[in-house]
Design a protein around this ligand. Structure first.
Ligand SMILES: [Zn+2]
Length: 585
């Protein structure tokens, strides 16, 4: 039986729905002065038939400045009115002021506001951890050893020292490092330093001893212990071989994880991000997100991809959670790993690596297991997002989706899709598979990808323009901290120039794969929104949508492409709430 209160709420919802429909109509057809009489007539009609409730909602906040809405019907606006986290009007300042009351707050925007920038593939707790540990990105080997030596001097005896972000592509010669090099500065500390891609770890002899990894230890399935001529481990553990040290590295406590997530979320607001897709979370992280949401401390929308057998099984039993807290948190997708990364030669290729034959990379999941999860997810209404970098892994993912009867409505995704053959390109379109790409990899790939795959396959690599021209749905992300940068401005710059965040190489890497500023911005706004089933709520600054926007210091359509990376973030707004303000007030 329905009690009075629930009836009241239901009626109120019905009025709300009617209101937003009528506003939608107004915005679509009018927005010009000539339409006002029609609007007035329509509103009076509604007022006559529905007393009091049908008044246009009033703005709690009006933002004033230059808006680039990415909405083709109204590409620019001088002001945006917000009520309870959603946009209720856009247009000229005087049009929008009609929604104000004496209590309405006004916030002036210093710059150019775009729909909130999203990252379709990032590792949230990983970013927090990265911000807490030794940052080895872009350093030479000598600089890394000096940094480790410094940490050894300042850390309690015997404690673990961890770091990440090293990339032998910056070294001369460009060779994988060894435990003995690290031993020279280690003292009695176990040291584990992960490569930029997170797919391999450089450890010292103390770690090898603690984990009991010797010349007799076999390579685990899906992993590789690099060895010297005497078959002894060199100190490089690739992909699943990294699991051999898991038992001896002190595990992060739930408090560590919560702290790291919070550090990362604060950083995202400073970078101008309003939404992130967390590419692989367990139950612990999901419960942290739920707690933060409950406490009102989630400053960025999180689209969580569930990973790990236990968590996936739990969600298959309980079902998806597509909208927790007005679009702030969604748990409706699974993240699977089919292969490793190209830099560590873990990406699964059909033909051998050009610089290390007969290596083909690693198969981290068997077809039968993949097909089983795809079927189960499909039945239970979950999206499947598969990590697939090598051409063979990409093909296996497409095959499994096709076999599982996946339709475009389900929006299954391939994360990375770094090597796509000409034959597989149209299959993305036919099956409606989203390519979730990380353009910022261009910087590091430009240094070694051609060595790995050779000249005949290089045109399959990071082929953004080809994917776009073929009609593939694209969502852009950064994969940070497994890449050089998590800043969306770096992604924008890289999409347009095919250069790294540092502006390398000159002229861009295979610059025929570059896209326009407009195409890039859509991959960073509407693209991730579609990939998260949020395209009606996010992606443009339009009436009825969430008031999420990012304010840039310059208009990206008007600056020279080389200067895109110099654009600063002035303000970030999520659901009408300012989550970052460079002006600090
Ligand atoms: Zn990733």
């Amino acid at each position: 039986m329905m009690n009075d209160r629930s009836w009241l709420l239901k009626s109120w919802d019905a009025f709300g729905a009617l209101r937003s429909r009528s506003e939608g109509t107004w915005v679509k057809r009018c927005g010009r002065r000539a339409c006002e009489p029609i609007l007035v007539g329509f509103v009076s009609l509604v007022l006559l038939t529905i007393p009091i409730y049908a008044q246009a909602p009033v703005a709690d906040t009006i933002f004033i400045g230059e808006f680039l809405t990415l909405d083709p019907a109204h590409p620019t606006a001088e002001a945006v009115a917000v009520s309870a986290g959603r946009i209720i009007a856009t247009g000229s300042q005087s049009e929008v002021e009609a929604r104000a009351t004496k209590d309405t707050r006004r916030i002036k925007i210093d710059g150019f506001a775009l729909p909130g920038l999203a990252d379709a593939h990032i590792h949230v707790a990983g970013v927090g951890e990265q911000l807490e540990r030794l940052d080895l990105r872009r350093l030479t080997k000598a600089e890394i050893l000096a940094k480790v030596a410094e940490a050894v001097r300042s850390s309690p005896s015997g404690s673990w020292i961890t770091g990440g972000g090293w990339d032998e592509g910056f070294w001369h010669p460009s060779e994988f490092p060894t435990a003995s090099e690290l031993d020279t500065v280690s003292g009695d500390h176990p040291i584990a330093l992960s490569r930029i891609d997170g797919h391999s770890t450089w450890v010292n002899s103390k770690v090898l001893a603690l984990a009991k990894i010797t010349g007799d230890t076999p390579d685990p399935e899906g992993g590789l212990i690099r060895r010297n001529a005497a078959h002894e481990p060199t100190g490089m553990l690739v992909d699943h071989a990294q699991r051999l040290i898991r038992g001896v590295v002190p595990a992060p406590t739930p408090a560590d994880e919560e702290r790291r997530i919070q550090i990362a979320l604060r950083q995202f607001s400073r970078w101008g991000l309003t939404s992130v897709h967390d590419a692989g979370v367990g139950l612990e992280a999901i419960s942290i997100y739920k707690d933060l949401l409950k406490r009102g401390e989630l400053p960025v929308r999180v689209y969580a991809m569930v990973t790990g057998e236990e968590a996936i099984n739990r969600y298959l039993a309980s079902g998806p959670e597509p909208d927790l807290g007005s679009g702030m948190l969604a748990v409706r997708s699974f993240k699977l790993f089919l292969d490793g990364a190209l830099g560590s030669r873990g990406a699964e290729l059909t033909d051998a690596y050009s610089d290390a034959p007969p290596e083909h990379g690693l198969e981290l999941m068997k077809d039968a297991d993949l097909e089983r999860i795809v079927r189960a997810a499909h039945q239970r209404g979950f999206q499947v997002n598969t990590h697939a970098i090598g051409d063979r892994a990409v093909r296996r993912a497409l095959d499994a989706f096709e076999k599982g009867g996946v339709t475009p409505n389900e929006r299954f995704r391939i994360e990375h899709a770094s090597l796509v053959t000409n034959d597989d390109l149209p299959r993305f379109v036919h099956l409606g598979i989203i390519a979730s790409i990380q353009p910022v990899f261009v910087g590091e790939y430009s240094r070694w990808a051609e060595d790995r795959v050779g000249s005949s396959r290089i045109h399959w690599v990071l082929r953004t323009r080809d994917l776009l021209n073929a009609g593939v749905s694209l969502a852009a992300g950064s994969d940070f901290p497994a890449s050089d940068s998590g800043e969306p401005i770096a992604t924008l710059h890289c999409l347009v120039t095919r250069q790294s965040a540092a502006g390398k190489p000159e002229g861009g890497w295979y610059s025929d794969q570059a896209v326009s500023v407009d195409q890039a911005l859509r991959m960073m706004t509407a693209g991730p929104a579609y990939a998260a089933f949020q395209e009606k709520e996010l992606g443009t600054l339009s009436v009825g949508r969430y008031a999420d926007f990012t304010v840039l210091s310059a208009n990206p359509y008007q600056v020279a492409s080389d200067d895109l990376r110099t654009i600063a973030i002035r303000m970030t707004v999520v659901a009408g709430r300012v989550t970052f303000n460079a002006g600090g007030h």
